[in-house]
Design a protein around this ligand. Structure first.
Ligand code: 5GP
Length: 113
């Protein structure tokens, strides 16, 4: 069992309000928001990253994307939004439990840093 800050959120050890929860995933606000809306969508199963989850449970990855889109609608991001997942050191991943960032509420830059 992995022991990350997200496993503590899932177990309730770190209390947090979920913006969405279902049998496969939960969503909550990022502690350090990089946009007016910055939500993390994470699976209950502790896959380390998107590559591992894509190999072992591709349907879950699709579900996480669908939940991001549903949350974007709910948070009225009709002008646009960005979904990001970071993988590994060079990808900028800091928590080794798969998560999608849903960012919106401001104009995004390209290329990302
Ligand atoms: P990564 O850098 O791995 O792509 O994203 C990890 C994200 O988790 C960061 O945006 C960071 O702010 C967020 N984060 C880290 N610890 C906590 C926490 O305890 N609570 C919440 N809500 N977000 C966290």
């Amino acid at each position: 069992m992995s022991d990350t800050v997200f496993s503590k959120i899932l177990s309730g050890e770190i209390p947090i309000d979920f913006l969405h929860e279902d049998a496969m995933c939960v969503a909550f606000n990022d502690i350090s928001p990089q946009a007016p809306t910055h939500i993390l969508v994470i699976p209950r199963h502790a896959y380390r990253n998107v590559a591992e989850a894509s190999e072992k449970d591709p349907a879950l990855v699709g579900h996480l994307m669908a939940v991001c889109s549903k949350l974007a609608r709910k948070h009225r991001l009709e002008n646009g939004f960005r979904i990001v997942t970071n993988q590994g050191d060079e990808g900028g991943q800091s928590v080794d439990h798969l998560h999608f960032h849903l960012l919106g509420g401001r104009a995004m830059q390209w290329p990302p840093g």
